[in-house]
Each structure stands twice: as C-alpha cells, then as structure tokens.
Design a protein around this ligand. Sequence first.
Ligand code: HXC
Length: 261
Amino acid sequence: MTYETLLVEVADGVGVITLNRPKAMNALNQTLTRELGEAVDALEADQAIGCIVLTGGDQVFAAGADIKEMKDLSFHDLYVSDFPRIQRDCWRAIDEARTPVVAAVAGFALGGGCELALACDFIVATDSAKFGQPEIGIGTMPGAGGTQRLTKAVGKAKAMDMCLTGRMMDAEEAERAGLVSQIVSADALLDTVRKVAKKIASHSRPAVMMIKESVDLAVDADLQDGLLFERRNFAATFAFEDCKEGMNAFAEKRKPVFKHR
Ligand code: HXC
C-alpha cells in the first residue's frame, strides 16, 4: 500500500510508519490522519507483524494538528463531525491495536503530535525531543487526549503546567516524569527502536497481548480489579504452548522456539 503522507516499511516482523510531511513539520492534516489510521489497521491485521513503530523521522515527530487547515472551521463543523471523525478513528486504531505500538520521537511532539505519542504504548525519544501542549497559545486546548493521557502519564501538576502555560518539556524532564521510557542519541533513534520492536516481535504473541492488556488496565482500573485481571491472565498464559516451550527451554538450558509469533 502506498500513502501520500506516510512511509511504511516492514521487516523482521516489525512495521515502521514514518509521518512524511517534512515541509509542514508533519502537521496532522486530514489526509495524514486518515492514512495513519488505515496504516495502523493494516499492520494490526497482518499476523506477521509483532510490533509497530510510529515515528516522524530524525528531525521532528509532529507539530500538532494542521492549524492552517483547521483555522476556518466553525464550532458547528467540529461538533457535527465530532472533530473530525477520522481523527477519532486514527487515535482509536492506535489505542485499540493489540499489537504493541512504540513511538520514536525526535524533535517537536506538540499538540496533536504529543497526543499521538501518548496514545502509543511507550515512547523512546532523542535528546532533541520536546513535548508540549501549546494549544493555549492559539486560543484553544488539547482535543485528542492531552488533558487526559498526559495527566495519567505525568501527574496533575506537570499536566496542568504544560497545558495552561504551553511550555515544552525537554527529553530529560520527560524521562524523569515517566513520559519517556528511554533517551537515545539522535543518530541511534531508529536503529534502537527497531531493535526494541524486533525484540517484542520475537516473543510469544499471546503473552505479549496479555501483558499489554494488563498494563493498559492499570492505567484506568482500581488496583484490586487490575491485580485480579493480571492474576487471571497469568494463569491463562499456562494454556499457551509457547509458555510450556519457554519454561521447558529454561529448564533445558536452551533458547525457546516460540510457535506463535
Ligand atoms: C500547520 C505548521 C504547523 C502546524 C508548523 N507548521 N507547525 N503548519 N500546522 N501545527 C509549518 C509552518 O507554518 C512552516 O510552514 C513550517 O511548518 C515550519 O515551521 P516554522 O514555524 O517556520 O518552524 P520553527 O520556527 O522552527 O518553529 C517550529 C514550531 C512552530 C515551534 C513547531 O512551527 C509552532 O509553534 N508550530 C505550531 C505548534 C502548535 O501550536 N501545535 C498545536 C496545534 S493545535 P511554512 O509554509 O511557513 O514554511 C493541535 C490540536 C490537536 O494540535 C487537536 C486534536 C488533534
């Protein structure tokens, strides 16, 4: 499949989606947003893909929704289309993907760009990364999860500070706050994230899915509900051939050969 605003490559069980509107700092216009939802759905449906990487390349992740495209829309337009529906569908595609999605962020991840990274399962960033919700500066507010996912990720104080002042968080602060899983140098970003993704894709697929579901539940559920869900999922992994293979391989001092990857 070819796209106007994305590059998609598949290798070693990993699908890499690169946002590709460099002249507009990968601003998320309607075409890009629609294509991104479609690309995530297509990789998710491909049983050979065990992990998806979402990146904007080594200069910029995304500078937010396309302000030039949005500026003349009315409240009526946004309300009736549920701003715009394709935007919701794109985030939902990422949110509901059972295949892990890793964001590789260099440079600006602002507004909808920050929200897009937040919708992924985790974020690896370069030291040049800058996260922010600057919508207040153009008289509006985050509209795709910034007030919600950012608050769950970094806590109320930092989320309020960022959304109300529009200030950016650099990579170091983002790592300290738990927004980013690791910082790598700019020239190592894509190689590192490809390796991380390849590692995830090499594991038993059903076990990966159960871990993802369980960690996701921790974000929203009450602790006791989450612990019960985790315990039940843990027990259920014992029904997988891959689990028997993994444990037998350990006992026999050899590498496991997983069937379901
Ligand atoms: C449209 C954008 C854009 C955007 C950058 N560009 N961000 N176009 N929408 N969000 C375009 C610029 O117009 C310019 O095009 C080119 O990209 C380079 O940008 P510059 O501003 O010249 O670069 P620089 O001086 O380096 O500043 C980079 C920047 C700044 C700090 C990222 O561009 C900026 O503040 N952008 C807007 C950030 C923002 O407010 N994001 C939130 C959007 S609202 P030309 O043609 O002039 O060269 C939002 C709501 C989400 O995201 C709601 C749900 C999805």
